[in-house]
Write a protein that binds this ligand. Structure first.
Ligand code: CAA
Length: 693
């Protein structure tokens, strides 16, 4: 093997040249990989009759190196690499396996033939990062698999497996074996004339306006707020013309996307998902978890049980009586039926989960074999402590005792046991078998291996876990409680709930705060407000509208009424009446808020509380808070999370807004110390993330 660069090596076997790509973990097309490919091609094309190119490790090439985006690119850039491959003096065959995505698929498309191994996952996921394929994907894609298929892959970012790639025309043949062996065999077949090769750029594409229009209008209807999917369609439209011209247009459009703030937000979200997996206790060895106990079979308990069953874990679910157990079983069955319908589970696996993995019980001693027990009972400290006293008596030594509280003090719960080191908070989000986020709440005495076990469980359940410290509401609900107040202030001062919701949707959230409250149930927030009433500071402005709504029993969707009437979801006129009455009582003359003003106040409130959470050490890094909002609260991915958003508009601007609003309410709109410091010194949350590693 001869090194062409740090990450690329080549060898000559008879009249075949083999190029091996090795840039762990996923062979991202870094500067070294790009330069290495070109150098290896130059060295080989004068020596051999055909070349096979393959990836070592788990991927062919998982795409451009995302870490380089937004920075100046070292030569050769990926389109040049693709051109060098396509113009190579001898045929080049790509052996594609594992993730072959974005720029990786574009390198493969530039080769003269492609052979897929069974592990192939091919795709053009650039739109998920706010860009478009920038190395010929929009031009070579249509030449190999047609305009429709290219648009499908390039606008959805979906991955295709080997057999579908073959059906699409993306690869020429399927094979099995070690990538190097297949590469050698394939190149020999090319030389022997048994594997046909061609130059992709020379294939003619028929202009297909109908398909282009179909995709363009579907995107306008569904993803009007996004930038890059529309741009992908624009680029693909050039594929039916001159190849070089199409490549040039693709490059220009790609650069436009690179400059867009959406690109920065989406890439931040990509790294947030991965960054949260790094936490202080990650060196500890997790305890083994094969059997999980769940206390409580309501929506949350049944959802947690479902998530565990979907991951193949044994579950013991405890309820007070047989009727409650019947209801829990029905909920779990419904959840699993849904998973079967969505193709997440086979019907046989569902039957096995219900028949063999799930055990229902009314007795604590049935938890004796459980490695972890998750409590999901009513949100009340007295009730939770009673449950934990029982768990302390019946759980085996070393079992982890987890509370699924959304707000309550995990350390206080732990006091009900003689083993606080084994107690942890696992805050699931409803529906627990669907929602991605899991807050891992670490108490004062929680042992490192218990924290590590929480993260390991999250991985098994395919969830994104974020470490949080103990405070009322942890990361997510503490922020929610804060910005919910600003939503109340806005309706008290002049906006309607529907206007606030529409403005927030306009920012990119799927739902506004009042719609979310209706969905979650207004009684939950009501109970929290009552619980916190004794500790509410005297200076805090308190809006009573939500209490009046709850006093009428309008708890949202489940009650048929809330801020909206259901099932049609029109504004509840009686709530508008309540708002008017409350305003009159407080002597408020309603003012007009623009949608922009609503969003600015809403976001500023969110950012301020997020910063206080950082100051208090409840979250380790800004990116953890962004992840909580992105994966648990529907924060629009293209804005990257509240603290990325704050960076993107400038911290001085956030401070200026808060100071402006403080003239109306100095208590609520206090500027957090850290925010002011960063704004004054030109710092950013991105720098804090970097410093934290
Ligand atoms: N660039 C840089 N780093 C990457 C990367 C990329 N394209 N893809 C993955 N990584 C890194 C991850 O950040 C992670 O790093 P850490 O271990 O330090 O956190 C590591 O590789 C492993 O990744 P995952 O944890 O995600 O592993 P996985 O097995 O769950 O998933 C994957 C593997 C399917 C490749 C997934 O990482 C993925 O989807 N990556 C992004 C692929 C992509 O979007 N490619 C297109 C890039 S854009 C492009 O190519 C533009 C162009 O045309 C020029």
């Amino acid at each position: 093997m001869t090194a062409a660069s740090d990450t690329v090596s080549y060898e000559i076997v008879g009249d075949v040249g083999l190029i091996c790509l090795e840039n762990p973990p996923v062979n991202a097309a870094s500067a070294s990989l790009r330069a290495g490919i070109v150098a290896a091609l130059q060295a080989l094309e004068i020596e051999v009759s055909a070349i096979g190119i393959y990836g070592a490790g788990r991927a062919f090439i998982a795409g451009a190196d995302i870490k380089e985006f937004g920075q100046p690119q070292a030569d050769p850039i990926l389109p040049e690499v693709c051109l060098a491959v396509e113009n190579c003096a001898v045929p080049v065959v790509a052996i594609v396996h594992g993730p072959t995505l974005g720029g990786g698929l574009e390198v493969a498309m530039s080769c003269h033939a492609r052979i897929a191994l069974p592990s192939l996952r091919a795709g053009l996921p650039e739109v998920l990062l706010g860009i478009i394929p920038g190395a010929g994907g929009t031009q070579r894609g249509p030449r190999l698999m047609g305009v429709r298929n290219t648009l499908d892959l390039a606008t959805t970012g979906r991955h295709v497996k080997a057999d579908e790639a073959l059906a699409l025309g993306l690869v020429d043949r399927l094979d099995e074996g070690a990538p190097r062996d297949v590469a050698l065999r394939a190149a020999q077949e090319v030389i022997a004339g048994r594997l046909a090769t061609r130059r992709t750029a020379e294939i003619i594409v028929k202009a297909d306006r109908t398909v282009l229009n179909e995709f363009a209008s579907a995107l306008r209807a569904k993803q009007a707020h996004l930038f890059s999917p529309h741009k992908a369609v624009e680029a693909v439209a050039f594929a039916s013309g001159d190849f070089a011209h199409g490549m040039q247009r693709e490059r220009e459009i790609f650069q436009e996307c690179i400059q867009s703030p959406q690109r920065a937000g989406l890439i931040h979200a990509f790294f947030a998902e991965r960054a949260v997996g790094k936490y202080p206790e990650m060196g500890a060895t997790p305890r083994e978890v094969a059997e999980v106990g769940v206390v409580g079979g309501g929506t949350m308990g049944a959802g947690i049980a479902t998530a565990c069953l979907l991951a193949g874990l044994k579950v013991v679910l405890l309820e007070m009586n047989v009727d409650a157990l019947d209801r829990a079983r029905a909920t779990i069955t419904g959840n699993l039926d849904g998973a079967v319908k969505r193709g997440k589970m086979s019907a046989e696996a569902r039957d096995a989960a219900l028949g063999e993995l799930l055990k229902l019980s009314t007795k604590y001693p049935d938890f004796s074999a459980c490695d972890m027990i998750i409590e999901a009972v009513f949100e009340d400290m007295t009730v939770k402590k009673q449950v934990f006293r029982n768990l302390n008596l019946h759980a085996k030594p070393g079992a982890i005792l987890a509370t699924n509280t959304s707000y309550l003090d995990v350390d206080e719960v732990a006091k009900a046991t003689a083993r606080p080191e084994s107690v942890i908070g696992l805050h699931f989000f409803s529906p627990a078998h669907v929602m991605k986020l899991l807050e891992i709440v670490v108490g004062a005495h929680t042992a490192p291996e218990v924290v590590a076990t929480g993260f390991a469980l999250a991985k098994k359940l395919r969830k994104i876990a974020v470490r949080a410290g103990v405070c009322d509401g942890f990361i997510g609900n503490r922020i929610l409680n804060h910005y919910r107040k600003v939503a109340d202030y806005l309706i008290m001062d002049g906006a309607s709930p529907a206007q606030v919701d529409a403005a927030v949707r306009g920012f990119g959230f799927a739902m506004g705060p009042f719609q979310v409250m209706d969905l979650a149930g207004l009684d939950i927030g009501w109970a929290t407000r009552k619980r916190l009433a004794p500790t509410r500071p005297a200076e805090e402005r308190y809006v009573e509208i939500a209490d009046r709504v709850c006093e009428n029993g309008w708890f949202g969707r489940k009650a048929g009424r809330g801020y909206y009437d259901y099932p049609d979801g029109t504004p509840n006129a009686d709530v508008l009446q309540i708002i008017e009455t409350e305003r009159a009582k407080a002597g408020i003359t309603p003012c007009d808020f623009s949608d922009q003003e609503i969003v600015e106040r809403y976001m500023t409130a969110m950012v301020c509380e997020a910063v206080r959470i950082l100051e208090d050490g409840i979250a380790q890094r800004p990116i953890d808070i962004d992840a909580v909002q992105l994966f648990g609260y529907g924060f629009p991915r293209h804005h990257g999370g509240p603290l990325h958003y704050a960076d993107s508009i400038g911290l001085a601007e956030i401070v200026a807004r808060a100071e402006r609003y403080a003239s109306e309410d100095a208590h609520y709109w206090q500027v957090p110390r850290l925010l002011r410091e960063l704004a004054d010194t030109g710092g950013s949350f991105a720098e804090l993330n970097q410093a934290a590693g």
